[in-house]
Design a protein around this ligand. Structure first.
Ligand SMILES: [Zn+2]
Length: 317
């Protein structure tokens, strides 16, 4: 059964009914809040015999197992960062057929921002003249990366992060230890927090220590880079951007929005005073950009070396 997360109830109630729903929906919002699950739940609703994701009809059972003949899930192949034109053609062909079991056919594009240009163009025709009773659900945390022509043809559904209380409540039910710190490291996204490795807090402090040494000039960047390449790149970059964001907040607003255990805050304050903040914004942008490529087969060691080198250059003169 595909259930909704508690913080998605409102957005779910606000969705138009099956007969008035647009043929293409762009479901956007931050990472780690359950957008894909939401899209699958909507797919279930569209194929449900009762039209409401009842969870018990034949269609819902198949959809719940990810095995419905009228639902096609499109995503980049393992280890690839692109959804290609072949995927888009498969989607077009799939939606043009009459449904097998349900009244409708649904295609869910997970991480639609990975559609490359030719795939996006291949989709356009289907978006412009959708076959009867066909639906495309595009999911993306970075909708700005989609072709504007694709984006403009979709109805937008934006999902929000849950409140801190909601997120902590959820993590508690999932038995996540050090939930506050995990949520902080995951920038408030509960599913990302749940998926963090057990030693996330230690890793965050270890990264902070490395940056402190670089700022003091007591560590060379080559030595600093050692060991980080074994860390999942998306996760490592998320820690790195988190630290940069906190430094900026402390230097501008003066406080952190969420508490963090231990001496995190005073140490970051000290670090902030040692850096050229103007340049730090540039580095922040660069890291965010890298974040979009975290699933691509990149040389992690090279990336960490570069990040640490760039960080070292932030030392105030
Ligand atoms: Zn059903």
């Amino acid at each position: 059964m595909l259930t909704l997360f508690p913080w998605q109830e409102g957005a779910w109630q606000d969705l138009p009914g099956n007969r008035t729903l647009a043929h293409a929906l762009l479901i956007s919002g931050p990472q780690g809040i359950g957008k894909i699950a939401f899209a699958h739940r909507l797919g279930m609703r569209l194929v449900c015999e009762q039209g409401r994701a009842c969870g018990v009809c034949r269609s819902c059972v198949f959809a719940g197992k990810g095995d419905h003949p009228d639902i096609l899930v499109i995503k980049a192949e393992e280890g690839k960062a692109e959804i290609t034109v072949e995927h888009a053609r498969a989607l077009n062909a799939f939606l043009a057929l009459t449904p097998h079991l349900a009244e409708r056919r649904v295609s869910i594009i997970e991480a639609a921002d990975q559609l490359n240009r030719s795939a996006g163009n291949a989709l356009l025709k289907t978006l412009e003249e959708p076959p009867a009773e066909s639906f495309i659900l595009l999911v993306s945390h970075a909708p700005a990366r989609l072709l504007p022509t694709v984006r403009s043809r979709c109805q937008k559904v934006h999902l929000h992060k849950p409140s801190r209380t909601e997120a902590l409540g959820y993590l508690k039910t999932r038995g996540v230890s050090e939930a506050e710190a995990a949520l902080k490291i995951a920038h408030g996204a509960p599913l990302s927090a749940e998926g963090l490795p057990k030693d996330a807090l230690n890793t965050a402090f270890r990264l902070l220590e490395t940056l402190e040494h670089l700022a003091k000039g007591v560590l060379d960047t080559a030595t600093a880079g050692e060991g980080w390449q074994t860390l999942d790149l998306g996760y490592g970059l998320s820690l790195f951007t988190g630290i940069l964001a906190d430094i900026v907040r402390l230097a501008t607003v003066g406080t952190l929005p969420e508490p963090f255990p231990g001496d995190w805050e005073p140490r970051l304050r000290r670090l902030a005073s040692q850096l050229d903040l103007q340049q730090l914004f540039t580095l922040w942008d660069e890291v965010l950009e890298l974040h979009g490529l975290a699933d691509a087969p990149l040389d992690r060691r090279l990336i960490w070396d570069k990040l640490f080198l760039r960080f070292e250059q932030l030392r105030a003169q």
